[in-house]
Design a protein around this ligand. Sequence first.
Ligand code: ZN
Length: 468
Amino acid sequence: MQIKLTFLGAAQNVTGSRYLVETKKARFLVDCGLYQERELKQRNWEPFSFPPEALDALLLTHAHLDHCGLLPKLIKSGFQGKIHCTAATAEITQIVLLDSAHIQEEDAEFKRRRHKREGRKGPHPEIPLYTTADARSSLSLLSPLKYEEPLQIGEGVEATFYDAGHILGSSMIKVRVRENGEERSILFSGDIGRWDKPILRDPTLFDEADYILVESTYGDRLHQDQGNIDEMLSEVINSTEKAGGNIVIPSFAIERSQEILYHLNNLLMENRIPHLMVFMDSPMAIGVSEVFEHYPELFDQEMMELIRRRESPFDLPGLKTTRTAEESKAINHIKGTVIIIAGSGMCTGGRVKHHLVKEIHRAESTILFVGYQASGTLGRQIVEGAKEVRILGQPYPVRAKVAQIHGFSAHADRDELFRWTSSLKKPPKQVFVTHGESHAAHHFANFLQEKKGWKVSVPSYRDEAVLD
Ligand SMILES: [Zn+2]
């Protein structure tokens, strides 16, 4: 038995997920994500280290950009196989890739103009990494499958997808390889969700696997108690309404925006917040919400119950969706308190910037953060208490209240990662800890090794492992 595994991304960093698996009979990739860390972005431009046309298939765990965002480049470079994923992942991936291509095109154009103005050349060509046309041609290769239905990739090579509970349609993938009467299994964790969260089901647990790749985004941290999301949310809304301001929630389009609607709906039904207009000002979030409506069978018991009781879990009374820029601007003319949910989640782009321009200097308004704010982003500056920030090239004083709710994370923390990994009934031959910054990955690897005595390693970029 000889299986070669090459780590081409999410190895001591959190983005650019990409693993190459080569057996005697099949060669395939698990994920093909975009690098998003500023210092690693140049890897998006490197030619692939393998011939894309020689791949038999691609297995996609879920629709986040750091897992699917390099697909159009792979197809442009000659990949002709199928992209296997769940139907929900296929639908959300369409939205994500078209949006990403649009951003790539805009960025290239913006850089081209700036460099021309400054009379210099940047480190990368001023062309998009891929275009909308490239993204469209990759969509035709998406091949939806169902959870827990084995898929044949090559002779003796089979992959099965399981619910990861991370975002809608997200998967863990177990690959079985049979050669000369022997069998080995490799379990790819994808991104691991959380237990007892609203909307989605809990992550799948496994009894056995020979090799495991486990993510470690929060491998060195424990999430704080999240039982009080509703309490914090109602406090922010009620106090801002009393003060006569607006509530701006910078939010990620996938999952987070829908989760907020879910909580607002609960609070409203329990009469804990007043009836306010709520604007979902993000075409991408609106698109993703529609995908949610197509897959009620993927929800957890509680959510199914809610759906049985009313028509749509995201159809909040007072909810307005704004697709066009004109509709978005019209929000500013409304008198009285409104709640505005807009992207991007870290305020690095999108419509939220325009709302911040209008609200951030108003002491009666609140900016409410519901997601991780990476260093170097406008969101991070605001949560860290900057007195003045630059938005769209202009300085603005920060007078609005700044609030943050941490309980929304879609990633398992250290104990939850351990809960997932240690569900195995017998020790795996080896565990590879991936998808975490170096500190988080090593912390979790040591923790797991100490607790279980298993063979655990933290691979680096381009490392190869031979699984026997
Ligand atoms: Zn993810």
